[in-house]
Design a protein around this ligand. Sequence first.
Ligand SMILES: *[C@@H]1O[C@H](CO)[C@@H](O)[C@H](O)[C@H]1NC(C)=O
Ligand SMILES: *[C@@H]1O[C@H](CO)[C@@H](O)[C@H](O)[C@H]1NC(C)=O
Ligand SMILES: *[C@@H]1O[C@H](CO)[C@@H](O)[C@H](O)[C@H]1NC(C)=O
Length: 311
Amino acid sequence: MGVKRKAAAAILVLLFFLGFLWLQGGLDYHWDSCLKGYNQVDKLHHLSNSSGADGANGSEGPPIQENCPGQNFQVSLLLSHLLAAPAYSTDVLLQPYLSSWDELVKFMEALGPMVGLISKEIETKTSIIRQLALLAEENREAELGADLQSIHSVSTEVGTKKSLGASQHDGAYHSVRSMILVELNRGVVDFDHQTDSGCRTLLRLHRALLWLKLFLEKLAETPEAGRLRSPSELCREAYKTTLANHHTWFVRRAAELAFIAMPERGFFFRLVCTQDQEELNRVLSRVVRAIGEVYNRTQKALEENNMLDLP
Ligand SMILES: *[C@@H]1O[C@H](CO)[C@@H](O)[C@H](O)[C@H]1NC(C)=O
Ligand SMILES: *[C@@H]1O[C@H](CO)[C@@H](O)[C@H](O)[C@H]1NC(C)=O
Ligand SMILES: *[C@@H]1O[C@H](CO)[C@@H](O)[C@H](O)[C@H]1NC(C)=O
């Protein structure tokens, strides 16, 4: 216990440095203030629950408890968003993708202040994409409005509704591949310098997703023999082989130290409403599979467009 206390104290100090560095490396400040106002009126959110109810039972495996009382994070909700994201044969829909992140952010926030700090950074990233989608939508509607005015003699009430409705389903930020295509065509993806393009932002989320996937995978594992390892050890290990490759030396040290303060395994049982390791394994395995599908599709789309190293 004493060690943990000391570690916690050390972390508090490092928190400030890390927060500073993480943001420095992350994105420009001017976005923050401009995005805050939009977080609440997030138009993309309203569609996310249309896919919410059916996923929890899933297509395979036993049902997952719908509602874990007394907490923000709901694993059933996460799973249903994840299952709703893959679309067509190789694409990923951005709305459920971002909704999955909303739920993962709640998961991270439950793990304590340090990991919560990382989740703040992720929230900013999801906001950037949502904001870009909103802008694209507004531009589209404005263009459409102008078009309709110029041909107002033909445009009927029904016609207007139809075109506006359709734009939500084929807009630039409808899916990962549509976003990549549109941003490439508009020349907003910079392969040499840091920008706030949706593609670049998606890549950051994508890398973090691999870390969480690996962590959950490790957490679900039940060793044939020997003891279960502590979540903090597993999280550090997952970090080392994923996100750490993209972080500076200092951030790596701080992050690894931060994972010491992670809750024990019993906490994760409660977090996903399971009684024991076997149940945890069952629930997390389904989540990991769903993340894997989303991750693989995103990876392929980014890879095909040489976007795995966007600055
Ligand atoms: C969607 O959300 C609204 C408002 O939060 C709620 O009334 C409705 O039941 C939800 N629909 C589904 C399918 O979950
Ligand atoms: C979920 O699955 C269980 C058993 O597999 C079934 O009894 C229940 O009706 C299903 N719920 C929904 C909403 O499909
Ligand atoms: C994702 O890709 C990896 C490596 O190519 C593969 O091992 C894994 O089975 C894939 N996962 C899913 C869910 O398709």
